[in-house]
Write a protein that binds this ligand. Structure first.
Ligand SMILES: C[S@@+](CC[C@H](N)C(=O)[O-])C[C@H]1O[C@@H](n2cnc3c(N)ncnc32)[C@H](O)[C@@H]1O
Length: 304
């Protein structure tokens, strides 16, 4: 597969320049000489398999149609990446890159939470089908791997590496690449789950066993996160936990699709209750019930 099945690298770049001049002028197109683009993306295709259409990408994106399910944790990530720790104060003056952006859930959620802010968010991902979907939804998106971002040095105010850090072969190299593209004073936020947590157990015992792509990855400790950020050059490093629940009217179906589980909805519902417990929340109008699946995630923050 070339860059994207229906769009080449140069055309995507030129489209971005026209539609999003606030960011596209910072894209460093010459970091890849045209002859190598094909082989570069060919190598990425292999790495992107889990989230492409042959993997669980299609069902993952179906789950993300309700992009507000993780809004509590996502808002917290934007708080942490903001210069004053307030997501609501991120505006069109700020440029944020979502390094493992998938099809743009973080951007969609931010825009829904803060519809007037016009924050510039570049959704970046290794997977062609994720980026195709983000572009089809009108988002600013570019296919590129976490360890090689096609922008000049010192261009972003914030970089978020979330919901998938365990997929990275070399997290320190990827954090270093974020350091390069951040402005001095800019912040990185890394997010994943802690070894020994109920999410870690869930991935090892359920997702690895029942997902169509399996899930044999190591999660992280607080010490890992501190090491990644300090070795990548960041200062003022902190590592904490955040509440990062799923909130959904149809929780079992969301979880089934998100992880591509070969289980019935009832089986998924029982497992969710066994691993996490659930509780109900009425929305403001008290008409429809939201089910909450409580989870805690590990977040590291550093400043360039
Ligand atoms: C669990 S998904 C999260 C997507 C999105 N952030 C969300 O929360 O819905 C992980 C994403 O990381 C992407 N990914 C995995 N390895 C990557 C890499 N080396 N560079 C860039 N993206 C990568 C995958 O293609 C996938 O879209």
């Amino acid at each position: 597969m070339y860059y994207l099945p229906d769009l080449d690298f140069e055309t995507n770049f030129k489209n971005l320049q026209t539609r999003f001049p606030q960011i596209a002028n910072d894209i460093q197109f010459d970091r890849l000489i045209p002859d190598t683009i094909d082989s570069f993306y060919h190598q990425l295709d292999e790495k992107a398999k889990d989230f492409d259409n042959d993997g669980r990408g299609k069902s993952y994106r179906e789950a993300q149609i309700d992009f507000m399910v993780r809004h509590v944790g996502i808002e917290k990530l934007f708080d942490l990446v903001a210069p004053n720790n307030q997501a609501k104060d991120l505006t069109s003056n700020h440029k944020i890159i979502d390094i493992l952006g998938g099809n743009g859930v973080l951007a969609k959620c931010f825009n829904k939470l803060f519809p007037n802010n016009n924050l510039t968010i570049l959704t970046s991902d290794i997977s062609a089908s994720m980026i195709q979907d983000a572009l089809a939804n009108g988002l600013l998106a570019f296919r590129q791997p976490a360890h090689k971002i096609f922008t000049y040095d010192n261009v972003f105010d914030g970089s978020i590496i979330a919901y998938g850090m365990h997929h990275l072969d070399d997290p320190i190299r990827c954090c270093r690449e974020s350091w390069r593209i951040l402005k001095y004073g800019g912040k990185i936020v890394i997010h994943d789950f802690e070894i020994g947590s109920n999410v870690d157990k869930w991935f090892r015992e359920i997702v690895d066993k029942y997902s169509i792509t399996r899930h044999n990855f190591r999660h992280f400790t607080k010490a890992d996160f501190t090491k990644f950020l300090t070795e990548a050059g960041f200062h003022s490093v902190t590592v904490d936990k955040i509440f990062d629940p799923f909130c959904s009217k149809d929780l079992a179906s969301h979880v089934q699709k998100m992880y591509g589980l070969k289980l019935t909805k009832d089986e998924v519902w029982d497992l969710i209750n066994r691993y996490f417990g659930t509780y109900k929340l009425n929305n403001e109008a008290a008409v429809q019930k939201y089910f909450i699946m409580p989870r805690f995630a590990l977040v590291g923050v550093g400043t360039k």
